[in-house]
Ligand binder design. Sequence first.
Ligand code: ZN
Length: 129
Amino acid sequence: MPSARECVCCCEVSKIDDVKNEHTDTACITDNPGFHPLCLDTHVLKVAYYQYRQQYGEHPYHGNERNRYTEYRQFLRWCWQFLGKEVRVVIPSCVLFFLLLLSLIYIFSLKSDFLKKKPKKKKNNEAPF
Ligand SMILES: [Zn+2]
């Protein structure tokens, strides 16, 4: 269970709010057009991890945990540009929720064909619902 300190909205953190407000129609940082390509694109994350590995060596986690760690790092880099080694910040709950949800959807899609199934084609005389 997150503490009150850990449960923050992206609007409450000035660094994130500044990035979010680069686009006026963005209510949440996850709606910003930069969020998906920077924090979710697998190619971008792969290259970001290469940079991490070159600087710090192999990360102890693998698979989804390492991917999620890289997503967090990308998000922090995007909003803060640079954090010192001992500087810790709280990632907003909306970002954590979004990344966790996508991770779960990805895992679920790998383990079943649930998301790969195409909807049945409706016949012309059927109601749309
Ligand atoms: Zn938000």
